[in-house]
Design a protein around this ligand. Sequence first.
Ligand code: SAH
Length: 365
Amino acid sequence: MHGRLPLESEIRRRIAVAGPMPVAEYMALCLFDHEHGYYTTRDPFGARGDFITAPEVSQMFGELIGLWMSAVWKQMGAPENVRLIELGPGRGTLMQDALRAIQIVPDFRAAIVVHLVEASPLLQAQQEAALEGAGVPMFWHPTLAEVPKGPAIVIANEFFDALPVNQAIKTDRGWHERRIEIDDSDQLAFTVAPEPIPFFQSLLPPGLREARAGAIFEWRSDNEAVEMGRRVADGRGAALVIDYGHTESGLGETFQAVGQHAFADPLTNPGNLDLTAHVDFQALMRAVEAMGVASFGPIDQSQFLRRLGIEQRAASLKAKAAHAADIDQALARLIGHDRTAMGELFKVVGFAHPSIGVPPGFEAG
Ligand code: SAH
Protein backbone atom coordinates (compact mmCIF):
# COMPACT_ATOMS: atom_id res chain seq x y z
CA MET A 1 0.00 0.00 0.00
CA HIS A 2 1.29 3.48 -0.88
CA GLY A 3 2.14 6.01 1.77
CA ARG A 4 2.38 3.56 4.64
CA LEU A 5 5.20 4.29 7.08
CA PRO A 6 8.01 1.71 6.99
CA LEU A 7 7.53 0.91 10.68
CA GLU A 8 3.81 0.37 10.21
CA SER A 9 4.60 -2.09 7.39
CA GLU A 10 7.00 -3.93 9.71
CA ILE A 11 4.41 -4.06 12.52
CA ARG A 12 1.77 -5.41 10.11
CA ARG A 13 4.23 -8.00 8.84
CA ARG A 14 4.94 -9.18 12.39
CA ILE A 15 1.24 -9.38 13.23
CA ALA A 16 0.58 -11.35 10.03
CA VAL A 17 3.30 -13.82 10.96
CA ALA A 18 2.94 -14.11 14.74
CA GLY A 19 -0.60 -12.93 15.50
CA PRO A 20 -1.80 -9.96 17.58
CA MET A 21 1.06 -8.04 19.22
CA PRO A 22 1.30 -7.25 22.95
CA VAL A 23 1.04 -3.51 23.71
CA ALA A 24 4.54 -3.49 25.25
CA GLU A 25 6.10 -4.92 22.10
CA TYR A 26 4.31 -2.31 19.98
CA MET A 27 5.46 0.48 22.29
CA ALA A 28 9.08 -0.73 22.28
CA LEU A 29 9.13 -0.88 18.46
CA CYS A 30 7.57 2.56 18.09
CA LEU A 31 10.04 4.20 20.46
CA PHE A 32 13.28 2.32 19.83
CA ASP A 33 13.20 0.43 16.52
CA HIS A 34 16.81 0.84 15.33
CA GLU A 35 15.85 2.44 12.04
CA HIS A 36 12.44 3.99 12.50
CA GLY A 37 11.85 4.40 16.24
CA TYR A 38 10.68 7.70 17.66
CA TYR A 39 13.72 8.28 19.88
CA THR A 40 16.18 6.76 17.41
CA THR A 41 15.25 9.19 14.63
CA ARG A 42 14.72 12.56 16.31
CA ASP A 43 15.15 15.04 19.13
CA PRO A 44 11.57 15.46 20.34
CA PHE A 45 12.15 18.04 23.07
CA GLY A 46 11.43 21.72 23.35
CA ALA A 47 8.84 24.25 22.28
CA ARG A 48 9.17 23.29 18.60
CA GLY A 49 9.32 19.56 19.31
CA ASP A 50 6.61 17.27 20.59
CA PHE A 51 6.84 17.96 24.32
CA ILE A 52 8.84 19.94 26.85
CA THR A 53 10.43 18.53 29.98
CA ALA A 54 11.36 20.26 33.25
CA PRO A 55 15.10 20.68 32.49
CA GLU A 56 14.12 22.30 29.17
CA VAL A 57 11.76 24.69 30.95
CA SER A 58 14.48 26.22 33.12
CA GLN A 59 18.10 25.84 34.21
CA MET A 60 16.83 26.00 37.81
CA PHE A 61 15.65 22.38 37.63
CA GLY A 62 19.04 20.84 36.82
CA GLU A 63 20.86 23.22 39.15
CA LEU A 64 18.75 22.22 42.14
CA ILE A 65 19.20 18.53 41.33
CA GLY A 66 22.96 19.12 41.16
CA LEU A 67 22.86 20.58 44.66
CA TRP A 68 20.63 17.68 45.80
CA MET A 69 23.31 15.26 44.56
CA SER A 70 26.08 17.12 46.38
CA ALA A 71 24.12 16.98 49.65
CA VAL A 72 23.49 13.26 49.16
CA TRP A 73 27.20 12.71 48.50
CA LYS A 74 27.99 14.32 51.86
CA GLN A 75 25.40 12.09 53.55
CA MET A 76 27.15 9.12 51.93
CA GLY A 77 30.32 10.15 53.79
CA ALA A 78 31.83 12.02 50.81
CA PRO A 79 33.37 8.99 49.02
CA GLU A 80 36.42 9.83 46.90
CA ASN A 81 34.84 8.27 43.85
CA VAL A 82 31.16 8.45 43.05
CA ARG A 83 29.21 7.61 39.90
CA LEU A 84 26.53 10.09 38.86
CA ILE A 85 24.20 7.99 36.77
CA GLU A 86 21.43 9.56 34.70
CA LEU A 87 18.78 7.38 33.05
CA GLY A 88 17.43 8.79 29.78
CA PRO A 89 19.24 12.16 29.66
CA GLY A 90 17.36 13.58 26.62
CA ARG A 91 19.35 16.57 25.39
CA GLY A 92 21.79 16.42 28.32
CA THR A 93 20.44 19.67 29.72
CA LEU A 94 19.79 18.46 33.27
CA MET A 95 23.34 17.12 33.64
CA GLN A 96 24.81 20.25 32.10
CA ASP A 97 22.99 22.51 34.57
CA ALA A 98 23.75 20.18 37.49
CA LEU A 99 27.49 20.08 36.74
CA ARG A 100 27.63 23.87 36.49
CA ALA A 101 25.82 24.28 39.83
CA ILE A 102 28.16 21.91 41.67
CA GLN A 103 31.21 23.93 40.76
CA ILE A 104 30.59 25.48 44.18
CA VAL A 105 31.35 22.07 45.77
CA PRO A 106 34.83 21.36 44.31
CA ASP A 107 35.49 18.22 46.39
CA PHE A 108 32.31 16.66 45.04
CA ARG A 109 33.10 17.66 41.46
CA ALA A 110 36.55 16.11 41.79
CA ALA A 111 35.00 12.82 42.97
CA ILE A 112 32.54 12.45 40.09
CA VAL A 113 32.47 10.16 37.10
CA VAL A 114 29.28 10.67 35.03
CA HIS A 115 27.53 7.67 33.46
CA LEU A 116 24.69 8.37 31.03
CA VAL A 117 22.27 5.58 30.15
CA GLU A 118 20.81 6.25 26.70
CA ALA A 119 19.30 3.82 24.18
CA SER A 120 19.16 6.26 21.25
CA PRO A 121 22.49 6.80 19.39
CA LEU A 122 21.11 10.05 18.00
CA LEU A 123 20.34 11.45 21.46
CA GLN A 124 23.67 10.16 22.75
CA ALA A 125 25.45 12.24 20.09
CA GLN A 126 23.43 15.26 21.13
CA GLN A 127 24.31 14.68 24.80
CA GLU A 128 28.00 14.38 23.89
CA ALA A 129 27.85 17.75 22.14
CA ALA A 130 25.99 19.40 25.04
CA LEU A 131 28.35 18.03 27.68
CA GLU A 132 31.60 18.52 25.80
CA GLY A 133 33.88 20.58 27.98
CA ALA A 134 31.96 19.88 31.18
CA GLY A 135 35.31 18.96 32.68
CA VAL A 136 34.41 15.64 34.33
CA PRO A 137 34.95 12.12 32.97
CA MET A 138 31.88 10.84 31.16
CA PHE A 139 30.72 7.51 29.73
CA TRP A 140 27.64 6.33 27.84
CA HIS A 141 25.87 2.97 28.13
CA PRO A 142 22.74 1.58 26.47
CA THR A 143 21.53 0.01 29.74
CA LEU A 144 22.04 0.58 33.47
CA ALA A 145 23.32 -3.00 33.86
CA GLU A 146 26.45 -1.97 31.90
CA VAL A 147 27.45 0.86 34.26
CA PRO A 148 30.38 -0.27 36.47
CA LYS A 149 29.54 -1.06 40.11
CA GLY A 150 30.46 1.27 42.98
CA PRO A 151 29.17 4.23 45.00
CA ALA A 152 26.29 5.67 42.99
CA ILE A 153 23.74 8.45 42.79
CA VAL A 154 21.04 7.80 40.17
CA ILE A 155 18.75 10.40 38.57
CA ALA A 156 15.78 9.71 36.27
CA ASN A 157 13.52 12.49 34.97
CA GLU A 158 10.74 11.30 32.65
CA PHE A 159 12.50 7.98 32.05
CA PHE A 160 10.15 5.38 33.55
CA ASP A 161 7.06 6.65 31.67
CA ALA A 162 8.83 5.75 28.40
CA LEU A 163 9.37 2.10 29.36
CA PRO A 164 7.05 -0.31 27.53
CA VAL A 165 3.77 -0.98 29.31
CA ASN A 166 1.59 -4.10 29.26
CA GLN A 167 -2.19 -4.02 29.49
CA ALA A 168 -4.73 -6.58 30.67
CA ILE A 169 -8.50 -6.29 30.42
CA LYS A 170 -11.05 -7.96 32.69
CA THR A 171 -13.77 -10.17 31.21
CA ASP A 172 -16.22 -12.61 32.78
CA ARG A 173 -13.57 -15.29 32.37
CA GLY A 174 -10.65 -13.44 33.98
CA TRP A 175 -7.90 -11.03 32.91
CA HIS A 176 -6.81 -11.20 29.27
CA GLU A 177 -3.78 -9.55 27.75
CA ARG A 178 -4.65 -6.63 25.47
CA ARG A 179 -3.01 -6.87 22.06
CA ILE A 180 -2.91 -5.07 18.74
CA GLU A 181 -4.36 -6.67 15.60
CA ILE A 182 -5.27 -5.70 12.06
CA ASP A 183 -9.06 -5.39 12.09
CA ASP A 184 -11.69 -6.08 9.39
CA SER A 185 -11.27 -2.59 7.94
CA ASP A 186 -7.50 -3.15 7.70
CA GLN A 187 -6.63 -0.78 10.59
CA LEU A 188 -4.42 -1.41 13.61
CA ALA A 189 -6.86 -1.94 16.51
CA PHE A 190 -6.92 -3.24 20.07
CA THR A 191 -8.08 -6.78 20.70
CA VAL A 192 -7.87 -9.25 23.59
CA ALA A 193 -6.05 -12.55 23.85
CA PRO A 194 -8.51 -15.46 23.65
CA GLU A 195 -7.36 -17.13 26.88
CA PRO A 196 -7.08 -15.40 30.29
CA ILE A 197 -3.64 -14.96 31.88
CA PRO A 198 -3.34 -17.73 34.51
CA PHE A 199 -3.35 -16.51 38.15
CA PHE A 200 -3.38 -12.85 37.08
CA GLN A 201 -5.98 -11.90 39.67
CA SER A 202 -3.91 -13.22 42.55
CA LEU A 203 -0.94 -11.07 41.46
CA LEU A 204 -2.98 -7.85 41.59
CA PRO A 205 -2.99 -5.58 44.64
CA PRO A 206 -5.92 -6.81 46.84
CA GLY A 207 -8.04 -3.67 46.31
CA LEU A 208 -8.12 -4.24 42.56
CA ARG A 209 -9.20 -7.88 42.47
CA GLU A 210 -12.92 -7.14 42.37
CA ALA A 211 -12.71 -5.04 39.19
CA ARG A 212 -15.77 -5.04 36.91
CA ALA A 213 -15.66 -6.42 33.35
CA GLY A 214 -13.98 -4.00 30.96
CA ALA A 215 -11.51 -2.69 33.55
CA ILE A 216 -7.92 -2.24 32.37
CA PHE A 217 -4.76 -2.81 34.42
CA GLU A 218 -1.32 -1.67 33.25
CA TRP A 219 2.05 -2.94 34.39
CA ARG A 220 5.69 -2.80 33.42
CA SER A 221 8.65 -5.09 33.72
CA ASP A 222 10.50 -4.44 37.01
CA ASN A 223 13.94 -4.86 35.41
CA GLU A 224 15.10 -1.24 35.44
CA ALA A 225 13.64 -0.53 38.90
CA VAL A 226 15.29 -3.63 40.35
CA GLU A 227 18.64 -2.76 38.79
CA MET A 228 18.37 0.78 40.14
CA GLY A 229 17.62 -0.58 43.61
CA ARG A 230 20.60 -2.91 43.39
CA ARG A 231 22.89 0.02 42.49
CA VAL A 232 21.63 2.07 45.42
CA ALA A 233 22.00 -0.87 47.81
CA ASP A 234 25.44 -2.07 46.63
CA GLY A 235 26.75 1.46 46.13
CA ARG A 236 25.45 2.71 49.51
CA GLY A 237 23.97 5.61 47.55
CA ALA A 238 20.67 7.17 46.55
CA ALA A 239 18.32 7.68 43.62
CA LEU A 240 15.80 10.30 42.55
CA VAL A 241 12.90 9.54 40.22
CA ILE A 242 10.68 12.30 38.83
CA ASP A 243 7.75 11.49 36.60
CA TYR A 244 3.99 11.69 36.18
CA GLY A 245 1.85 8.87 37.36
CA HIS A 246 -0.28 7.56 40.20
CA THR A 247 0.95 7.18 43.75
CA GLU A 248 -1.03 3.93 44.20
CA SER A 249 -1.55 1.07 41.76
CA GLY A 250 -4.94 1.51 40.13
CA LEU A 251 -7.19 0.58 37.25
CA GLY A 252 -7.47 2.55 34.04
CA GLU A 253 -5.81 3.16 30.74
CA THR A 254 -3.01 5.74 30.57
CA PHE A 255 -1.18 4.48 27.47
CA GLN A 256 -1.11 7.59 25.31
CA ALA A 257 0.47 9.31 22.34
CA VAL A 258 1.64 12.88 22.01
CA GLY A 259 2.82 14.70 18.89
CA GLN A 260 3.48 18.43 18.63
CA HIS A 261 2.11 19.15 22.11
CA ALA A 262 -1.25 17.46 21.40
CA PHE A 263 -2.71 14.05 22.24
CA ALA A 264 -3.11 11.60 19.37
CA ASP A 265 -4.32 8.03 18.77
CA PRO A 266 -1.43 5.73 19.82
CA LEU A 267 -2.24 3.24 17.04
CA THR A 268 -1.73 5.78 14.27
CA ASN A 269 1.54 7.01 12.86
CA PRO A 270 3.81 4.43 14.56
CA GLY A 271 7.32 5.76 15.14
CA ASN A 272 6.26 9.38 14.76
CA LEU A 273 4.49 9.91 18.08
CA ASP A 274 5.79 9.81 21.62
CA LEU A 275 4.18 6.90 23.45
CA THR A 276 4.03 6.87 27.25
CA ALA A 277 2.01 5.53 30.15
CA HIS A 278 1.75 6.78 33.71
CA VAL A 279 4.26 5.48 36.21
CA ASP A 280 2.76 3.22 38.89
CA PHE A 281 4.82 4.60 41.77
CA GLN A 282 3.58 1.96 44.19
CA ALA A 283 4.85 -0.83 41.92
CA LEU A 284 8.11 1.03 41.26
CA MET A 285 8.77 1.58 44.95
CA ARG A 286 7.96 -2.02 45.83
CA ALA A 287 10.49 -3.27 43.24
CA VAL A 288 13.25 -0.92 44.41
CA GLU A 289 12.60 -1.54 48.13
CA ALA A 290 12.92 -5.28 47.54
CA MET A 291 16.65 -4.67 46.93
CA GLY A 292 17.05 -3.47 50.53
CA VAL A 293 16.66 0.23 49.96
CA ALA A 294 14.57 2.81 51.86
CA SER A 295 12.10 4.89 49.88
CA PHE A 296 10.72 8.40 50.40
CA GLY A 297 7.64 10.06 48.92
CA PRO A 298 5.99 10.29 46.49
CA ILE A 299 5.68 14.03 46.97
CA ASP A 300 4.58 16.65 44.44
CA GLN A 301 7.31 18.17 42.28
CA SER A 302 6.11 21.52 43.55
CA GLN A 303 6.80 20.63 47.19
CA PHE A 304 10.14 19.01 46.35
CA LEU A 305 11.48 21.98 44.36
CA ARG A 306 10.28 24.48 46.98
CA ARG A 307 12.09 22.56 49.68
CA LEU A 308 15.26 22.66 47.59
CA GLY A 309 14.88 26.44 47.39
CA ILE A 310 13.57 27.09 43.88
CA GLU A 311 11.82 30.31 44.91
CA GLN A 312 15.02 31.80 46.30
CA ARG A 313 16.92 30.67 43.21
CA ALA A 314 14.30 32.32 40.97
CA ALA A 315 14.54 35.56 42.95
CA SER A 316 18.32 35.71 42.61
CA LEU A 317 18.16 34.95 38.87
CA LYS A 318 15.54 37.65 38.43
CA ALA A 319 17.73 40.21 40.16
CA LYS A 320 20.39 39.62 37.47
CA ALA A 321 18.21 38.90 34.45
CA ALA A 322 16.88 41.13 31.71
CA HIS A 323 13.80 38.95 31.29
CA ALA A 324 12.36 38.59 34.76
CA ALA A 325 8.94 37.66 33.37
CA ASP A 326 10.44 34.57 31.69
CA ILE A 327 11.74 33.36 35.03
CA ASP A 328 8.34 33.87 36.66
CA GLN A 329 6.77 31.92 33.83
CA ALA A 330 9.24 29.05 34.14
CA LEU A 331 8.73 28.94 37.89
CA ALA A 332 4.95 28.80 37.44
CA ARG A 333 5.35 25.97 34.94
CA LEU A 334 7.59 23.92 37.26
CA ILE A 335 5.74 24.38 40.55
CA GLY A 336 2.29 25.63 39.53
CA HIS A 337 -0.82 23.62 40.38
CA ASP A 338 -3.05 24.23 37.39
CA ARG A 339 -3.55 21.56 34.76
CA THR A 340 -0.98 22.89 32.31
CA ALA A 341 1.73 23.12 34.99
CA MET A 342 3.99 20.36 36.31
CA GLY A 343 3.89 21.09 40.05
CA GLU A 344 1.15 18.65 40.98
CA LEU A 345 1.13 16.38 37.94
CA PHE A 346 4.74 15.30 38.50
CA LYS A 347 5.72 13.27 41.54
CA VAL A 348 9.13 12.77 43.11
CA VAL A 349 10.38 9.68 44.92
CA GLY A 350 13.72 9.23 46.63
CA PHE A 351 15.58 6.02 47.41
CA ALA A 352 18.52 5.67 49.77
CA HIS A 353 20.72 3.09 51.38
CA PRO A 354 19.55 2.81 55.00
CA SER A 355 22.92 4.14 56.28
CA ILE A 356 22.58 7.58 54.70
CA GLY A 357 19.31 8.74 56.24
CA VAL A 358 16.69 10.96 54.64
CA PRO A 359 17.69 12.58 51.32
CA PRO A 360 17.13 16.35 51.01
CA GLY A 361 13.56 17.37 50.15
CA PHE A 362 11.93 14.36 51.84
CA GLU A 363 12.08 15.50 55.45
CA ALA A 364 8.83 14.82 57.31
CA GLY A 365 6.20 17.56 57.60
N1 SAH B 1 15.40 13.17 31.04
C1 SAH B 1 15.23 13.94 29.82
C2 SAH B 1 14.57 13.16 28.69
C3 SAH B 1 13.29 12.44 28.99
S1 SAH B 1 12.65 11.56 27.56
C4 SAH B 1 14.48 15.21 30.12
O1 SAH B 1 13.93 15.32 31.21
O2 SAH B 1 14.45 16.09 29.27
C5 SAH B 1 13.19 9.90 27.82
C6 SAH B 1 14.66 9.67 27.63
O3 SAH B 1 14.93 8.32 28.01
C7 SAH B 1 15.20 9.80 26.22
O4 SAH B 1 16.53 10.25 26.29
C8 SAH B 1 15.11 8.37 25.72
O5 SAH B 1 15.90 8.12 24.59
C9 SAH B 1 15.56 7.61 26.93
N2 SAH B 1 15.10 6.22 27.09
C10 SAH B 1 13.82 5.79 27.12
N3 SAH B 1 13.74 4.46 27.32
C11 SAH B 1 15.01 4.04 27.46
C12 SAH B 1 15.60 2.77 27.73
N4 SAH B 1 14.85 1.67 27.86
N5 SAH B 1 16.93 2.68 27.86
C13 SAH B 1 17.69 3.80 27.73
N6 SAH B 1 17.20 5.03 27.47
C14 SAH B 1 15.88 5.16 27.33
